[in-house]
Design a protein around this ligand. Sequence first.
Ligand code: MG
Length: 309
Amino acid sequence: MTPYTAKQQAKRQITLVEVGPRDGLQSEPDVLPTETKVELIGRLVAAGLRRIEVASFVHPKLVPQMADAEAVMAALPRVPNVQYIGLVLNRKGFDRARAAGCTEIGMVTAATDRFAQRNQGASVEETIRAWEEIAPLAHAASIRAQVTVSVAFGCPFEGEVAPDRVVEIVRRLARSNPLEIALADTIGVAVPTQVTALIEAVRAEIPHIPLRCHFHNTRNTAVANAFAAVMAGVDTLDASVGGVGGCPFAPNATGNVATEDLVYMLSRSGFETGIDLDRLIDTAHWLQSKRGKPVPSMVSKAGSFPKHV
Ligand code: MG
């Protein structure tokens, strides 16, 4: 892979995929009313986010926080060039997301069988087959389809994950022409050198498929990992407003990296994100007041810099 020069970096557009309304809220114990979720998503669109995970189309008994997936989609205004992403794990979920009007679906597989079983009740092979079933249906329906490899940097049950294992999985996933493949540090154990190495290994195998990265700040490495991914040529990162979304395998720890923390770091480094940082910080404060508890992000506490006068 060719490293970017400083001059090229300055012109690069980095897309942030906002996962707060789905991945973030799904991992929190409280359940927000539908109208609050809809307002949150509207505020994120107003701040400049253009790809937003809005709901999970899984069984409501498994994820009660997402039981109103259809109602959220029905209440959202359609905005040109804004993708509302529905998380799906199988054909049934895909059919629901399509019927609800999602313009993009996110599917999930895993790098280890023990994690796939615990998270999705299926083996890695079964989750890959579900992707192979769903991807062509999405393509036929003109729905954007992307897929995530969870625990790509480490597994809470199996420990270290061999990069070769991830490469083997992405090779299979790539055959069904995903919009992109995401590498997820689901439990927040990755470090920057590992991020660089895994991206290089995956790129060598599937140079034609764009990569996205999903980092958790569980051990305070998410912003460093995000920067390593961007410097390795990744143009798209997941993030959650306020950093909402715990880490299911470390109950007292922070989960998703905060969108405003990434926007601050990227824009001050000269990258374009298209996101209004002040509006995003306002949204994090608003969410904090709606939930009645603080959000973990750093930039929402400290504010942006320099101040607009
Ligand atoms: Mg997450």
